[in-house]
Design a protein around this ligand. Sequence first.
Ligand SMILES: Cc1ncc(C[n+]2csc(CCOP(=O)(O)OP(=O)(O)O)c2C)c(N)n1
Length: 319
Amino acid sequence: MNNLNLDLYKSLFLIRSAEEKIIQIYPHDEIKMPTHLAIGEEAIATGVCHALSSTDQIFGSYRNHGIYLAKTGETDDFFAELFGKKSGLSKGKAGSMHIMSPEHGVLGTSAIVASMIPVAVGAAFANRYKKNNRLVTVFFGDGAVDEGAFWESINFACLKKLPIIFVCEDNGYAIHSHISERHGYRSIVQVISRFNCHVLESESTDAEIIYKLTKKAIKLLSTSPKPVFMHLKYYRYLEHVGVNQDFNFGYRSKKEYEKWLKIDPVSLQRKKLVKSGCDEKIIQTIENNINKKIENSVRLARKKLLPAIDELYTDIFYE
Ligand SMILES: Cc1ncc(C[n+]2csc(CCOP(=O)(O)OP(=O)(O)O)c2C)c(N)n1
């Protein structure tokens, strides 16, 4: 048994378990906002964030629970935010789609597709200017590659050789549109390879492989300073937004899902632990402790206050 695999499993299980809790809560209207779950994506969030240092900065999309939990391990303020409570990460005003925590390096996530990519490039530019050795990683879906903001950002980052990792989390779909219905080129990787950056790719659901690939990305950035583009595949198990399966919608098949389920990132890592000799009881204790931590955070979130009515127009932009 090695500590890396145990740590990776803790993170994978935390993300899965937190989102499974959300599945239970969501139908009861306590979470008053659209919620995009990342079940199936945990190996990317875990593998990448685990390879970063605590002062490194990340940006993401609305499918952001995994990257927040992997970077911080924190659940109290997270659930309070989902419940719209004053003790939440952004006083309950940002919610699931805009999770952020600057003190943990989670600088921003957003519901506007690709919108964090230019902001992340700006942060990378600032870091290089300040010579603070901080690395920026921005997570986005294959749908974000359809946006002009993505192409302008990667062009500028490559031109200026900025310290940034672009993580394209490719689940093959933007809502219900398959990638083949959207892209006028054969492969994202082929096109990006023409830019002045490093390109890494993986189809693995093994967090250890993603972790090692990210470590390689960080090394490349220091030995040959220019951006890294990581193309990572995963499968979204649930509907685009919400907590149900959607295989009856007709845009994708259950067969496709079942293929990915066989290499589910959480069970894959668990099997690896058992195979390497880790005592099943140790794993169960870890799982029980994480489940208790989540239960406790939900219990606390329920007890917390909503923001007072006179806070309705504070901390927000309005005309
Ligand atoms: C600029 C913009 N255009 C369109 C939308 C509507 N929209 C919301 S999610 C989404 C699909 C994005 O897919 P992808 O980037 O692959 O992320 P995934 O949902 O698969 O994680 C679209 C088109 C939006 N939110 N923002």
